[in-house]
Design a protein around this ligand. Structure first.
Ligand SMILES: [Zn+2]
Ligand SMILES: [Zn+2]
Length: 97
């Protein structure tokens, strides 16, 4: 009897918590798909000055200092992935993901 009550309590707890999980999951998916759409577009508008920053250009990796053509968010030399970069025009940090 005691065991059954505990199971019911546990099930109730999961049931109550599940909408939170669903919301957290939906937020994550939305954030990821937004980032993916931006990467596909290849350009990001600066939220501060409104300038268009290209994602694919000659960029220097902040970690291994390798300079290469390609996405500024990913280094092919050391595999470093960045979630933000500085605007080319006003140097405000733009968060991508
Ligand atoms: Zn800017
Ligand atoms: Zn690197």
């Amino acid at each position: 009897m005691d065991k059954t009550l505990r199971w019911i309590g546990l099930a109730l707890l999961y049931l109550l918590a599940s909408p939170v999980y669903v919301i957290v999951f939906a937020c994550k998916v939305m954030k990821l798909s937004r980032g993916a759409a931006l990467m596909r577009k290849g350009y990001i508008d600066c939220p501060h000055c409104g300038a268009t920053n290209a994602l694919d250009l000659l960029a220097t990796c902040p970690k291994c200092r390798a300079t290469e053509y390609g996405s500024r968010l990913r280094c092919t030399s050391c595999g470093e992935q960045s979630r933000s970069f500085d605007c080319d025009y006003c140097s405000v940090t733009i968060k991508v993901l």
